[in-house]
Design a protein around this ligand. Structure first.
Ligand code: AMP
Ligand code: MG
Length: 403
């Protein structure tokens, strides 16, 4: 049995960054950019009015003051989307709308609220400064500037920026295809009535939502019975059709836990089959011709924990994300919790903030078959390997879950 850090290191050492694909920008949310994006235009492409107001030449207002209120004739109105090439003479202004190009002969915009308007004239009582309320051509970006760096995570703001620069498609790191195999003779699907000895298959649904939440693709092979030959056939098929295979159940020491044996049969390289953690000890990781194989335990809480701790960071790394684990922070225990020396305990809790401090509250049994527990939890507290039972007031690292 290896410890948590060793297990994570082994997984990371076997990860390769995914190749690139071109995607429509609207399909790039949360993907990692695989190319530098240079600006094809100036942004903004012209001197733009930041206000609804009056475009004026500042020089013509030099003698204006409270004692010398001066009138200017409104020559014309410039709407957003129009372009004006007329010459602005002394004593003239243009009415201008937000987003409209400031004409060449003007160098400032006075806000509508600062003038008095009468009979197509405005009256002003103070000098205006040059460049006031003008967003200058190329102020954000000049042609050829680096707009977005390779490796950036694309968010709605980056999608907007790409759109304003005229990029319809960009290159991003591909999302891996993840195959799911759900083992267990006891499982029936969610629309079935429960009969003797049967339970509903929940792990398939949990895993599909966990995988899709981080932007990877799922191919589910559904429930496969605990028959070695049938399971081997499905595992072979799933390895052909995906980049990563996840199985649920069948990795423990029971008579019908065949996953490890099958991995041996097909020549997969088993890197580990047990990690000193709770929940999720009997987790298996193997590689097969550059494909990754995660054999997760069958208990619903173990599935979630091992996915969150091992599979999720791996998928994020494959997709080019450097920030692959959620931020940990100090958490003060509001209750006592059980823990054992020699393993890392992930205790599912309700994290509540009081006076800027996060407190971890007990929410019920941490037994790994309990999904009811996790439905009340919003976070975990991580109790390291060298610590036994922990008590109210002690401080450990914690984290929100499903982030
Ligand atoms: P296993 O790892 O196959 O020994 O399964 C451990 C426990 O998890 C057993 O109680 C199983 O019945 C349960 N289990 C396994 N797979 C599922 C599943 N897909 N949905 C719900 N419970 C499951
Ligand atoms: Mg089983």
């Amino acid at each position: 049995m290896i410890n948590f850090k060793e297990a994570q290191k082994i997984i990371f050492n076997n990860i390769e960054l995914s190749s690139l694909e071109e995607r429509d920008i609207l399909q790039c949310n949360d993907k990692v950019l695989g190319e530098n994006i240079y600006s094809k235009d100036n942004l903004p492409p012209f001197n733009k009015s930041a206000m609804d107001g009056y475009a004026i030449k500042s020089e013509y207002t030099e003698s204006v003051s409270n004692e010398n209120i001066t009138e200017f004739k409104i020559k014309n109105t410039i709407k957003a989307g129009e372009y004006c090439t007329e010459i602005l003479e002394h004593g003239e202004v243009y009415k201008i709308m937000t987003g409209a190009p400031v004409p060449n002969y003007a160098d400032s915009v006075i806000e509508i609220e600062k003038v008095i308007v009468e009979n197509n004239k405005i009256y002003i009582n103070e000098k205006v400064k040059k460049d006031k309320n003008i967003i200058k051509l190329g102020e954000e970006l000049r042609i050829g500037d680096l707009a977005l760096k390779k490796g950036s995570v694309i968010r709605p703001s980056e999608i907007g920026l790409l759109a304003s620069l005229g990029y319809k498609k960009v290159k991003v790191h591909k999302s891996p295809v993840v195959a799911l195999i759900i083992t267990g003779d006891e499982l029936v699907d969610i629309d079935s009535k429960l009969s003797n000895g049967k339970i509903r298959n929940c792990n398939e649904y949990t895993l599909i939502s966990l995988i899709e939440k981080i932007g990877a693709k799922v191919v589910s092979f559904g429930i496969v019975c605990d028959d070695k030959n049938i399971l081997r056939e499905k595992i072979n098929l799933s390895l052909k059709e995906s980049d990563i295979v996840i199985t649920s159940g069948g990795v423990s020491v029971g008579d019908y836990d065949f996953i490890e044996e099958i991995l041996g049969d097909i020549g997969a390289d088993i890197k580990f089959n047990k990690v000193a953690i709770k929940p999720g000890k009997p987790v298996t990781f193997a590689t097969y011709k550059k494909k990754l194989f995660f054999g997760l335990p069958g208990n619903p809480l173990s599935v979630i924990n091992t996915f969150e701790e091992f599979v999720k960071p791996a998928i994020k790394k494959i997709m080019g994300k450097n920030n692959f684990s959620n931020e940990e922070f100090n958490v003060v225990l509001a209750d006592n919790f059980k823990s054992k020396v020699g393993r890392r305990d992930f205790v599912y809790v309700d994290l509540k903030k009081e006076n800027e401090v996060y407190y971890a509250h007990k929410i019920g049994s941490q037994s790994s078959n309990q999904l009811v527990t996790i439905s009340k939890a919003n976070g975990i507290v991580i109790i390291p390997e060298d610590v036994e039972d922990v008590y109210v007031g002690e401080i450990f690292n914690g984290r929100f879950i499903f982030k």
